[in-house]
Write a protein of this length. Structure first.
Length: 424
């Protein structure tokens, strides 16, 4: 038994943000029915193609455990089928451009008329306001949500991060909104609308920078490296390089092999509680008692020098040796792991965080598995569906169309070119 067994999701999502959400729901056991434009499908099927003729990794890594139906939702017969899907399903998830669902004739009001128990869940770039009609992609959200202005180095431009906090991050929020609405429906018997905005999602993840904005209004942020360096603060939370956001001084430091390996680095935090151990470890026992070094506030204007000395030590060790030596002493450090190293980490495969999946068109590929583990609802990652692979199966098994009705729907062209055995 899976946690969301029996829950049917009408998955109208595309690209990354929405599919992240519905993939999680599928992993928790929901029946996710992905509706795709006939002959075209989710645009990511053909983006960044690495195996000609096969669905791209962009698509396959975001659409595991789903079923695909081709359906032209702007065609009359297509609308009839879509109406049946709205009747049958518990949740409709979408991340179209603002207004697209209304233009299709499936406004929230119309959906409630068809199925008052329906939960309608949406991702948009912005919430209500002056940008509500904008189409939005990942980096736009990172910029508008406060992440870019606070990422990077003081003397450089704003930076976006490699983690897809706008897309996948907002997909996580939407997923939580959906299961919460399902929980409430148990008591209320009613559906509801769940909306998330990518700007809001990024801001939520950038909370500590808004904390610092307010602190800045009361005085300089003395845990930022810039303070120790005597550089004046401006009006807004500045970019803080690799400073740790938690108030404990931290930096990324070179390790053995850094000259040729771009990832031979470690993160190193000098937490006040373990300062004495840090001093012993790097061969500076005198700093434990020396004035100017012994107490955390005294060290603030010497952080560059202190980290240079620590780096002299880390440069003599590999990033893994640093980890092995610091962990028993409770000194917080973390190796900078490359995607290559991560993709070879057996422990991540053992927990299902990374998986190998077989695909009929592309063969075996690596994917990221479910990051949330439930002890009573296991996740078996299955390959993503081919375009329209389950069209006939969904029309007959989920929607209960008879053979004659099936012929009529197929002949109308609303579900693409299908044969009774599945997608052509
Ligand atoms: N049958 C018929 N038409 C369909 C269809 C189907 N099965 N599925 C989609 N369409 C239509 C839509 O109705 C829309 O038509 P209209 O423009 O006439 O209303 C059209 O396809 C294009 O949809 P779109 O505007 O959502 O797609 P886009 O590629 O132009 O924009 C994106 C993509 C992501 C910028 C936009 O969808 C968006 O801003 N989404 C909200 C924010 C978001 O999720 N961004 C994340 C992007 S990366 O994860």
């Amino acid at each position: 038994m899976k946690a969301l067994e029996g829950v049917k999701i009408l998955d109208f999502t595309h690209v990354q943000s929405g599919p992240t959400c519905t993939q999680l729901l599928a992993w928790f056991g929901a029946d996710v029915i992905k509706v795709e434009r006939p002959g075209v499908g989710d645009a990511t099927r053909n983006q960044l193609v690495d195996v000609p003729g096969a669905d791209s990794l962009y698509f396959t890594m975001l659409n595991h455990n789903k079923r695909s139906i081709e359906l032209n939702s702007k065609d009359e017969t297509g609308k009839e089928v879509l109406t049946r899907l709205v009747e049958e399903c518990d949740v409709l998830v979408e991340n179209f451009a603002p207004g697209a669902l209304d233009r299709m004739g499936f406004s929230w009001e119309r959906i409630q008329e068809i199925n008052p128990k329906m939960i309608m869940a949406s991702i948009k770039g912005f919430g209500p306001g002056k940008y509500q009609d904008c189409k939005v992609y990942e980096n736009v959200a990172q910029c508008a949500g406060g992440s870019a202005s606070t990422t990077g180095f003081l003397d450089g431009p704003p930076l976006v991060t490699g983690a897809q906090i706008g897309d996948s991050g907002t997909g996580l929020n939407l997923c939580l909104g959906i299961v919460t609405a399902l929980f409430q429906r148990e008591k209320s018997g009613k559906g509801q609308k769940v909306t998330t905005a990518m700007q809001d999602g990024v801001l939520n993840l950038s909370r500590v920078k808004l904390r610092d904005q307010q602190r800045l209004e009361k005085g300089p942020l003395n845990e930022y490296s810039q303070f120790g360096e005597g550089i004046e603060f401006g009006e807004a939370t500045p970019r803080a390089g690799n400073d740790s956001g938690g108030g404990q001084p931290g930096r990324i430091l070179k390790c053995k092999g850094w000259e040729s390996d771009p990832n031979a680095y470690t993160y190193f935090i000098i937490q006040a509680a373990v300062w004495q151990k840090v001093c012993d470890l790097i061969g500076k026992p005198e700093w434990k008692t020396q004035e100017g070094y012994a107490k955390p506030p005294e060290r603030l204007d010497k952080l560059n020098h202190i980290f240079e000395m620590i780096e002299e030590w880390t440069k003599t060790k590999t990033k893994f040796e640093v980890m092995d030596l610091c962990n028993p002493l409770d000194i917080p450090v973390g190796p900078i792991l490359s995607m290559k190293e991560i993709s070879e980490d057996k422990a991540l495969f053992a927990t299902g965080t990374m998986v190998r999946v077989d695909h009929p068109e592309r063969g075996e590929y690596l994917s990221v598995g479910c990051p949330i583990k439930l002890s009573d609802s296991s996740v078996e990652v299955e390959r993503s569906p081919l375009l329209g692979e389950h069209t006939v199966e969904i029309l007959s098994d989920v929607l209960g169309y008879t053979d004659d009705e099936l012929d009529r729907i197929i002949d109308s062209g609303a579900v693409g070119k299908v044969s009774r055995d599945g997608a052509e």
